[in-house]
Ligand binder design. Structure first.
Ligand code: S3P
Length: 174
């Protein structure tokens, strides 16, 4: 089985599913937002406010380049929701593993990001976040559709999602 790269909108569960999937497969877990925070020495919201979104996007690409150069073995890599936007990130994502998108409808996303801490793109009131989620989801649909496969996460628990991903991988390998 190959490494797995999880992409998808904010609040689709990439981090929590990624951790559970890595534990199940006994793969290393990597989270791009976490690594960017460590490497930059500041929170993502501060990178956005101090340096701007393009600077954050450049850090994402730089990190993907770094990861593709590492002999890391089998891994589950959870990515930030906007990593799919840059065309030049795609060959890097594909080099890292099977690219699986976690899909969710706007209602599930709003519910899951309710307690959002470090998501500058969804800052503001709940009504503003709702508007933003719908706008961004519509804009990004075509990018998420580039994944090798999309796993529906609506009304599904983390163990159910992990099982579905493992089944997809097994079917692909057989
Ligand atoms: C972003 C998603 C965030 C983080 C940053 C930008 C996006 O990650 O990378 O705030 O553009 O969708 P999560 O998807 O883990 O929330």
């Amino acid at each position: 089985m190959t490494s797995v790269v999880l992409v998808g909108f904010m609040g689709t569960g990439k981090t929590v599913v990624g951790q559970a999937l890595a534990a199940r497969l006994q793969y290393t877990f990597v989270d791009t937002d976490e690594l960017i925070t460590q490497r930059a020495g500041k929170f993502i919201s501060n990178i956005f406010s101090d340096d701007g979104e393009p600077a954050f996007r450049a850090l994402e690409t730089e990190l993907l380049r770094y990861l593709t150069g590492q002999p890391l073995g089998k891994q589950v890599i959870s990515t930030g929701g906007g990593i799919v936007l840059a065309e030049h990130n795609w060959p890097l994502l594909r080099r890292l593993g099977d690219v699986i998108c976690l899909g969710a409808n706007p209602e599930s996303i709003l519910q899951r990001v309710g307690k959002a801490q470090d998501r500058p793109l969804l800052a503001g009131t709940r009504a503003e976040a709702w508007e933003r989620i719908q706008t961004l989801l519509a804009q990004r649909e075509i990018y998420y559709a580039k994944a090798d496969w999309t796993c529906d996460t609506n009304k599904r628990t983390v163990p159910m999602i992990v099982n579905t991903i493992v089944q997809w991988q097994e079917a692909k390998a057989s």
